[in-house]
Design a protein around this ligand. Structure first.
Ligand code: PMP
Ligand code: GLU
Length: 399
């Protein structure tokens, strides 16, 4: 039998990537697939960013850069943190990696040792538990529900802290729920983390995709004590439609960032030099392209919610940010499919060619995640197919 590393053996595959790939494969075979699986903007990277990439190639910026990213890019990131988030990081406190996923992976490998506990809530982004497993740590998953707005309360956090707790992961706006933490809520969580000396990883990748009035707050901006315990993660993938360029970054206490540098030095070295040059232009530009995309996403969110409102068996929590609606399918699964929402998601793809991600991958098995990073026409078509499929199931059950 093939012998592989125990930790890697225990890791699960990424459902988000698998279903997105399957939807693309079916579409390539000529099927009319509505892809609500996608965890990426459907927009093209703005032209001025593409041109910066082309210019970088022409100028010969095709060599290794410092492993942690060019000075230009780290300065642009430092300026972004100061301007947008009120966070003062020196370029030496910033490490650029191959996507925010890579930044998160690095941080967790550096901070988590055998048996250390990492707290985050369910519903969670698929990769957190697997990254913790890769480090030999233990995920302590705090259950949250729609009634409590899918958020960790101070009481819930306290209840899950043990002497082994090392890290709390916060992801606001959240994938998969779109829920955001307000400043007061973050301040209360920060106070507990400071009291217990728990590091915070703040995954802020959806910061630029916010549709309602909740103001975005970086937890690290809430005082010196929490700043010193937080590693803030962000990237250009979602805000600038640059998922394929693979640029993410992390900033935090210099001693931690030095370990992350060492880890990256021996694994990937620098992220692509050309992508780094393009990311500099993205971060330095006015917010025009971001604002335009955000307005389109808001219209799509409203449309998807309006379409879902016409399906009485489904419920959701209104997403304030990101580009997902996390939809409760418990009523459907109870009446069809032996209670399994994952089976419903599989049938939606097989029967009506609607791709979406089953909630069990996010630790919430009653749910399905619909991404609205697709056109309004496809949103209407897709939810119509879902509604039709549900109506069909119900009428066939009644027969
Ligand atoms: N965090 C969350 C919550 C995400 O949804 C994603 C998207 N894949 C990432 C981090 C990583 O994004 P990327 O690696 O493309 O920067
Ligand atoms: N974050 C996106 C998602 O959740 C992209 C896929 C991934 O990297 O997992 O669908």
């Amino acid at each position: 039998m093939l012998q592989v590393n125990r930790r890697v053996k225990e890791m699960l595959g990424s459902t988000t990537l698998a279903i997105t790939a399957r939807a693309k494969e079916l579409a390539a075979q000529g099927h009319d697939v509505v892809n609500f699986g996608a965890g990426e903007p459907d927009f093209d990277t703005p032209d001025f960013i593409k041109k910066a990439g082309i210019k970088a190639i022409e100028k010969g910026m095709t060599k290794y850069t410092p492993s942690i990213g060019t000075v230009d890019l780290r300065e642009a990131i430092a300026a972004k943190f100061q301007k947008d988030n009120g966070l003062v990081y020196k370029p030496s406190q910033i490490v650029v990696s191959c996507g925010a996923k890579h930044s998160l992976f690095n941080i967790i490998q550096v901070l988590v040792d055998d048996g250390d506990e990492v707290i985050f809530q369910a519903p969670y982004w698929v990769s957190y538990p697997e990254m913790v497993k890769a480090a030999g740590g233990r995920s302590v998953i705090v259950p949250t529900n729609a009634a409590s707005g899918f958020k960790i309360t101070p009481e819930l956090l306290k209840k899950h802290i043990t002497p082994k707790t090392r890290i709390l992961i916060i992801n606001s706006p959240s994938n998969p729920t779109g829920v955001m933490y307000g400043k007061e809520e973050l301040a209360k969580l920060a106070e507990i983390c400071v009291a217990h000396k728990i590091y915070v990883i703040s995954d802020e990748i959806y910061e630029k995709l916010i549709y309602d009035t909740t103001v975005f707050t970086s937890i690290a901006s809430l005082g010196k004590a929490i700043f010193d315990l937080t590693i803030t993660v962000n990237g250009v993938s979602k805000a600038y439609a640059m998922t394929g360029w693979r640029i993410g970054y992390a900033a935090g206490p210099v001693e931690i960032m030095e370990y992350i540098k060492k880890y990256q030095d021996h694994s990937t070295s620098n992220p692509t030099s050309i992508s780094q040059a393009a990311a500099v232009e993205a971060l330095k530009a006015s917010t025009e392209s971001i604002d335009q995309m955000c307005q389109i996403f808001k219209k799509r969110r409203d449309l998807m919610l309006a379409c879902l409102d016409k399906v009485p068996q489904l419920s959701y929590i209104r997403p304030q940010g990101a580009f997902y609606v996390f939809c409760n399918f418990a009523k459907i699964a109870n009446s069809a499919d032996g209670g399994s929402v994952a089976a419903v998601a599989a049938k939606l793809l097989d029967d009506v060619k609607v791709a979406a991600i089953p909630g069990d991958s996010f630790g919430a098995p009653d749910y399905i995640r619909f991404s609205f990073a697709t056109s309004e026409a496809r949103i209407e078509e897709g939810i119509k197919r879902v509604a039709g499929w549900i109506a069909n199931q119900h009428s066939s059950l009644k027969v």
